[in-house]
Design a protein around this ligand. Structure first.
Ligand code: HOZ
Length: 432
């Protein structure tokens, strides 16, 4: 029987009268997958329910934060307890240093961390800091990487920008992006050449060490080492944007997994346990340039919000106490990714996959997908058909070929079996 959609449609119609596109973030609009967006009313563990009462196995997890699944008791209890004491003070609370201590202990290069309210704020502020520290103007980013929606970072960006096929963004004057150099990811020569050409002028290189925003794309062997060496050689800072990968690929993020130390790290998602938090951190020598100690200004009314700190602290404490969770996530993610890939192969469907731990993407492309050029070769129509068929069968995937899917500690073998069975149906010749 076809999935009911009446209530979600009604809610979307109403929202469209009030909110641009009916959504508060473009990736929620399902524009590239040819169906109406869902309205979610409840989540529990690895499952979510929409306004029509349909139940799904969720592989978005709020785009990454929910590594413990929906409504994890430890997180919910911490948030309720914090809320009973008040929701915001615009003044310091003890919870901020508690979370800071946990975050810093996970990243060896970090001596200080500053909390903000989103990943966008984190990357934007880290770049401001890098420019102030180096007294240089240029920044290097990579095609298909997405670091939030700050003006200078929307150049050749991934995520919704790539999904909607927007080359940059209207409203960003040329002058604001004249110092942004966008290079191909996984291409050491391109970076070498940029540093050759702009010697002594590049403030920082910002990278998603494992990209999640053009779909999941891992670094080629030796690539992160090259980024480290080349940036260091010219005294530019290396910023790992671990908003997605921090506490996801390993407790200490991609930098622990690949044993590379950047100069600055940006974080978000998991450190907020599902509430709005971002952060950037590094050595005191750099971080102490931030106001009130130094001349780099950055501020926020809700920065370090006590509810968000409590949710983050509960999540990170759980992960610290249960580090075996990463091996379990890796195993279960391999089962689902390989199982779906095998189903595609059996059905004669072209598909390649990338996975690092619990982050993954099935690309409808011959592959390998190693950068934006190869990701963009994906058959997005075929992805849309797959997405819709999976949704009909109770599986909720990111509604874009160019977004990573996430597994949580709450996912089960049964979820994985259900997902593989759904994929078999989706790949059956009659499925459209
Ligand atoms: N980084 C998230 C997914 N690529 C963003 C989610 C959003 O834009 O709403």
């Amino acid at each position: 029987m076809a999935r009911k959609t009446e209530q979600s449609r009604k809610l979307q119609k109403r929202a469209e009268q009030l909110i641009p596109g009916g959504v508060n973030s473009p990736v929620r609009a399902f524009r590239s997958v040819g169906c109406d967006p869902l309205y979610i009313v409840r989540g529990q563990g690895s499952h979510i329910w929409d306004a029509d009462g349909n139940e799904y196995v969720d592989y978005i997890g709020s785009w990454g934060p929910l590594i413990l699944g929906h409504a994890a008791p430890t997180v919910i209890e911490a948030v309720i307890a914090a809320a009973r004491n008040g929701t915001s003070f615009g003044a310091s609370t003890p919870a901020e240093a508690d979370l800071a201590e946990l975050v810093i202990s996970a990243f060896p290069h970090m001596q200080k961390v500053r909390f903000v309210s989103s990943g966008t704020e984190a990357t934007m502020s880290a770049i401001r800091l890098a420019r102030a520290y180096t007294k240089r103007k240029y920044i290097v980013k990579f095609e298909g990487c997405y670091h939030g929606h700050a003006d200078a970072l929307l150049v050749k960006a991934g995520s919704g920008v790539a999904t909607l096929g927007i080359p940059g963004s209207a409203g960003v004057p040329e002058e604001f992006i004249q110092f942004t150099l966008a290079l191909p990811y996984n291409d050491t020569n391109a970076l070498d050449q940029a540093f050759e050409r702009f010697k002594g002028q590049i403030a920082c290189v910002i990278v998603e060490p494992v990209v999640g925003n053009m779909g999941c794309v891992p670094p080629a062997s030796g690539y992160l080492e090259a980024l480290r060496a080349i940036s260091k050689r010219d005294k530019a800072l290396l910023i790992f944007d671990e908003v997605m990968t921090g506490f996801r690929l390993a407790y200490g993020g991609a930098q622990e997994l690949y044993t590379i130390q950047p100069d600055l790290t940006t974080l978000g998602k998991i450190i907020g346990g599902g509430l709005p938090v971002g952060a950037y951190g590094g050595p005191s020598e750099i971080m102490d340039m931030i106001a009130p100690l130094g001349p780099v200004y950055q501020a926020g009314t809700l920065s370090g919000n006590p509810l968000a700190m409590a949710a983050g602290y509960a999540t990170l404490s759980y992960l610290r106490e249960h580090k075996d969770v990463y091996a379990k996530l890796d195993k279960l993610a391999a089962e689902v990714v390989d199982g779906v890939a095998a189903a595609a192969k059996d059905a004669g469907v072209f598909l390649c996959h990338n996975r690092v731990g619990s982050m993954f993407t099935w690309f409808f492309a011959e592959g390998p997908v190693t950068d934006w050029t190869s990701a963009a070769k994906s058959d997005t129509e075929a992805f849309g058909r797959f997405f819709r068929a999976m949704l009909e069968n109770g599986i909720y995937l990111p509604p874009s070929q160019f977004e990573a899917a996430f597994l949580s500690a709450a996912h089960t073998t049964q979820d994985v079996q259900q997902t593989i069975a759904a994929a078999k149906q989706a790949f059956a010749p009659a499925a459209a």
